[in-house]
Ligand binder design. Structure first.
Ligand code: NOJ
Length: 733
């Protein structure tokens, strides 16, 4: 009796929620269609137009209904002023949607996305996105051009900094977390942002890692590697997607009917809108597939781009094409509907202006700063720790020499896309260490050199400092402008004379801790053996220095794991863990095998790698059932024991390999991960449940399916050191 009452109650709740939502959606559709009926052609293309900034001419265009959205307008008052023009002075009073690149924070700047992904902590990543949304929304922003969910297997590409690394499974988990963080439960909540998964699609596969460059891959690679993180965003309810700059096998992503219309809108049923990247429709002319902007506009629209960012390709000139039958008016109506629908969902018609009180006490709130610190700590990856030189031994330490161009730099920690982040908010490593040690330890600071120029004039001062110290901490790497958009590098060594300075300091025979600050994997072969420890700290945002100080002193035990492979040399790129086996797997002793004659094929640090101040021992991998149907779930576990003397977190990773397929399969594929906290001496059994359906791939007929046969399953603390067992997928027949 009790049970059936419970079931009834749940059913009623489900019905109210589902139908309540459905009612809302129906109401929105009615309103959208009603507005659409009243719109002139010019007003329709106006809604499909997105411009950057404001000026008198744009204000007039907004009055005339010729601009429907803006980006890069900053400040609550300014945004309210512009919005007022749209609402009160345009014929139909349709509100503007105002966008900005809120990538890793608005004013409270968090670690760059590549760093944050190294935490493998989707709860914290979601929380950071939620905070970024709150701060930005309170300042009048409705829409962020984030998350960037491009998978990147090439560290030369500067934009690798903006994504979650090389793996589609982890990339999807992070994509989902960010969308949920930005958009919250309800887009109409004034403190959430409309998210935009970008850059659809394949942007990370630019040839040679050169930004905007040509992309060419198979449909299988598209679907298995580059699409899943977008699909995850769509499944999480992302409201918009941004089309990419690159071409894919001859068809630019911003004119690509296959990816935009067939896959995104039809196959996945995406009902939000697609915005172009900055002039990416206009660039169809340079790509050589359109003779002018008008033709480019027709191609962009036909492919499925609903809103043109700064391309000036969606104009009233299109009206003549509709009249002569070249362009279908339904395409325009569909695009406008998608945009209006989102404006209604954002609640912009009811609450068009930002309440000035929203911002009070919100920007840089103590909780936001605390989250920035927590995520920064978790993002740090300990790459090397010879002789347990770290954590620093406070009791035995009198003097530290702190050397390097980034040791007291307030700019680099903000990284690429710092939004409203301010240098004055940043804690440098120097400040972090001073906060930590007070007067207990003497810190001699010497810059030593610059990041980019080749002057050696400060080397001597640095050497003097090193000679006086018990230990040397060197903070080196890339300045913020060396990663991000249009910041591809052909050489991934430490820039300038930094490596030379490391070599000179190493001559003093003092232990050297290298703290790296960078937006991508660097090639470290020329310095790795010269230093005692390496701490990868990326660009960690405003709490950079405190997070690094916590790790160096052991107040926080590092737990980050690489989400991207660190090559030995740029010549190995593309290098990634989930590669294929080839017909001649790289046996170093066989001449005719797949390898280099001048370098091992293996990376310097593999995907998933990262050390801790304690040790974790894996044992006893077990599958619950080693014969599974395609409808079953794989249940696999292993024991993980903290065998060291201090507590620590371990990111436990699960990989599988399909041994024989109708097409070749990767040697390993990540299918699960868990962050596990273990006290000293503690052991836990870590269990994963993976639906056999998740082992599907595109077979020789491009059918997404699980093929019966043998699989390996692996559990470990990185993609190389794993325990392995096996299981079989059997067919019913
Ligand atoms: C170009 C970049 O590719 C894109 O990521 C960004 O969102 C837009 N510019 C707008 O700033």
């Amino acid at each position: 009796m009790k049970l059936s009452f419970k079931i009834l109650l749940t059913l009623t709740l489900v019905i109210t929620v589902v139908f309540g939502q459905h009612l809302k959606d129906v109401e929105i559709e009615v309103k959208v269609n009603d507005l659409l009926r009243q719109m002139t052609f010019a007003e329709k293309v106006g809604q499909m137009t997105l411009f950057s900034g404001t000026n008198k001419r744009y204000e007039q265009m907004i009055r005339e209904g010729k601009i429907g959205s803006l980006l890069n307008v900053i400040g609550m008052e300014e945004n309210n002023r512009i919005q007022k023009i749209a609402i009160e002075e345009s014929r139909l009073g349709i509100p503007l949607v105002i966008g900005l690149d809120v990538i890793h924070g608005y004013r409270t700047i968090f670690p760059i996305p590549l760093a944050a992904s190294a935490s493998w902590d989707t709860v914290l990543i979601r929380r950071a996105a939620e905070i970024a949304a709150k701060e930005a929304a309170s300042a009048g922003i409705h829409w962020t051009f984030a998350p960037m969910v491009d998978i990147a297997r090439d560290a030369r590409w500067g934009r690798i900094a903006e994504g979650a690394g090389e793996d589609p499974f982890l990339g999807s988990a992070v994509s989902r977390a960010q969308v949920l963080g930005f958009q919250g439960e309800d887009l109409a909540d004034p403190l959430t942002l409309l998210a935009c998964a970008k850059h659809y699609v394949g942007y990370g596969a630019a040839e040679g890692g050169r930004d905007y460059n040509t992309v060419d891959f198979s449909e299988r690679t598209l679907r298995e590697i580059y699409l899943p993180s977008f699909r995850a965003a769509v499944d999480a309810g992302v409201g918009t997607l941004m089309s990419a700059f690159n071409e894919i096998g001859g068809v630019p992503a911003s004119a690509n009917q296959f990816t935009l219309r067939n896959i995104l809108k039809e196959e996945w049923g995406f009902d939000g809108f697609v915005v172009s990247d900055w002039n990416s429709i206009g660039e169809l002319v340079a790509h050589g597939i359109a003779k002018d902007r008008l033709e480019a506009g027709v191609k962009g629209l036909t492919a499925g781009i609903d809103m043109d960012m700064e391309g000036r390709c969606y104009t009233t000139d299109m009206e003549a094409l509709v009249a002569d039958g070249t362009l279908l008016e339904e395409l325009i109506d569909d695009a406008v509907r998608r945009i209006l629908r989102m404006k209604f969902k954002l609640g912009l018609f009811e609450h068009s202006y930002i309440d000035e009180n929203l911002q009070k006490g919100l920007i840089l709130h103590q909780d936001h700063i605390q989250t920035a610190l927590e995520l920064a700590r978790e993002s740090i990856v300990l790459l090397k720790n010879e002789d347990g030189v770290l954590p620093l031994n406070r009791k035995e330490l009198n003097t530290i020499a702190l050397i390097g161009p980034l040791a007291d730099d307030k700019d680099a920690p903000l990284g690429t896309w710092r939004c409203e982040g301010k240098r004055e908010d940043v804690i440098t490593v120097y400040e972090g260490l001073k906060n930590k040690f007070g007067n207990d330890v003497k810190i001699i600071y010497a810059k030593g050199c610059d990041v980019k120029n080749n002057s050696r004039s400060e080397f001597n001062k640095a050497l003097k400092a090193a000679r006086k110290a018990d230990i040397v901490v060197m903070v080196m790497g890339e300045s913020a402008d060396m990663s991000g958009e249009a910041a591809s590098r052909a050489n991934l060594n430490l820039p300038g004379v930094q490596a030379e300075l490391i070599n000179a300091i190493a001559e003093t025979k003092k232990p050297v801790v290298l703290v790296l600050m960078n937006g991508r994997p660097l090639t470290l072969s020329n310095v790795e053996s010269k230093v005692t420890a390496i701490v990868e700290s990326w660009h960690l945002g405003i709490q950079h220095g405190n997070a690094v100080a916590d790790v160096l002193t052991g107040d926080y035990n590092p737990s980050g794991k690489l989400t991207v492979t660190f090559p030995r040399s740029a010549g190995q790129i593309p290098i990634y863990y989930n590669h294929k086996n080839t017909g001649r797997p790289g046996d170093p002793d066989t001449k005719f095998s797949s390898k280099y004659i001048d370098l091992p094929s293996s990376p310097l640090y593999p995907f998933g790698y990262g050390l801790s101040y304690t040790k974790f021992k894996y044992s006893d991998i077990k599958v619950l059932n080693n014969r599974l149907l395609s409808t079953d779930e794989l249940v696999v576990s292993a024991n993980v024991k903290n065998t060291g003397k201090r507590a620590g977190d371990e990111v436990v990773q699960l990989y599988i390999r399909d041994i024989v397929g109708s097409v070749t399969r990767p040697v390993k594929e990540l299918k699960g991960f868990q962050r596990v906290a273990l006290e000293a001496g503690e052991q836990k059994t870590v269990q994963f449940r993976v639906s056999v359906q998740e082992l599907s791939f595109y077979d020789s007929d491009m059918k997404y399916t699980v093929e019966p046969g043998n699989f390996s399953v692996m559990i470990g603390g990185n993609s190389v050191e794993v325990l392995t067992t096996d299981f079989k997928v059997v067919s019913l027949k």
